[in-house]
Write a protein that binds this ligand. Sequence first.
Ligand SMILES: Cc1ncc(COP(=O)(O)O)c(/C=N/[C@@H](CCC(=O)O)COc2ccccc2)c1O
Length: 363
Amino acid sequence: EGWLSLSHMTADVSMFPFKEWLKCQNKAVKNHKQELSEIAHPQGPYIVRETIARMIALTRGVMCEPEQIVIGTGTQPLIRQLMDVQRNDTRVAIENPGYFRIYQLLKSMNYDVSPAPLDEKGININKVEEIDPNFLFITPSHQFPTGIIMPISRRIELLNWAALSNDRYIVEDDYDSEFKYGTDNIPSLQSLDRNQRVIYTGTFSKTLLPGFRISYMVLPPNLLRVYKKYYSSWIQGSNSFTLYTLHYFIKSEAYARHIKRMNHHYEMKRKNLIKQLRLRFQDGITIKNIPAGLHFLAEFKTERGYEEIEARAKQEQLEIYTIKRFMLKGVTEYNKLELVIGFASIQNEDINEAVDRLYRIMK
Ligand SMILES: Cc1ncc(COP(=O)(O)O)c(/C=N/[C@@H](CCC(=O)O)COc2ccccc2)c1O
């Protein structure tokens, strides 16, 4: 029957409006041949930055000028650029469990990186004060991977903490903010920042396709000055053709329509998957049911350990990921088995079969 996937790392390409995207590509060719023949601005073409600035002001309350936006071919290259121009003795803290690819990047850059634990409101502010980092990496809109939506109270606490020193920054990774199902879409942390302490990063990997490699960061004015000093001769890595296509895709409202359509589509699949899991596993499953994003955490009652589950998943041809990949200090408690269950790539008609395979894997 072939592989089925409950991966959290894929978008549902069957729903991507390629016809609309191609129309926007034609506009890009028609209107920007000259720009395509030139080297783009180090931060990316101005009109594309202007379109992104307008969009995130509308959707996320981010306050910025196009001059503050830096476009890049992914979140990692942008963070590398930002951190490459910081002092060697810079201290960094990141959520644990958290986005291990940024954790590994920062460690490979020889920074002193401390994983910081979460509580029910997101990153634990007391631990942050203890670590006393210069850069704090968080995902407040939908903590990755636990899904926690950071309440305003904790956001204010963090901003007050950052405001106490000129040498404290918060990197707000707003990844996964676009998909909310019935829960409120809290504006960005950056929208509350009055002290130039927040660096906002966003990506089109989940709302368009990860293969397009279009991400961006918004630098506060003081960091923008440092960036421009070091990167004045930098050649923008993104593909200008893709960027101008994105510009028309957003301006034509095709982007907004696509997100609306995907929200409904994902919400339907999420509901169906949770229903089938509950029916099948009864009280053998505990679902962290935060109605947002393209995955949720589920804890299973099973005697089997992580390695055994991963081996059995291969046998059953079911692509699943465990919480292990996000535990920056390695898995400590073995008395529970947690999976990150993604529902973007599984087709609705395959959900029952996928749940049956998962049941056989766990029992
Ligand atoms: C916290 C966080 N921040 C940013 C990003 C996006 O990075 P960018 O694409 O470089 O801009 C990811 C991608 N995380 C990826 C991998 C997670 C993992 O390794 O377990 C998952 O990305 C996708 C998920 C659904 C649909 C499409 C892509 C991130 O998990």
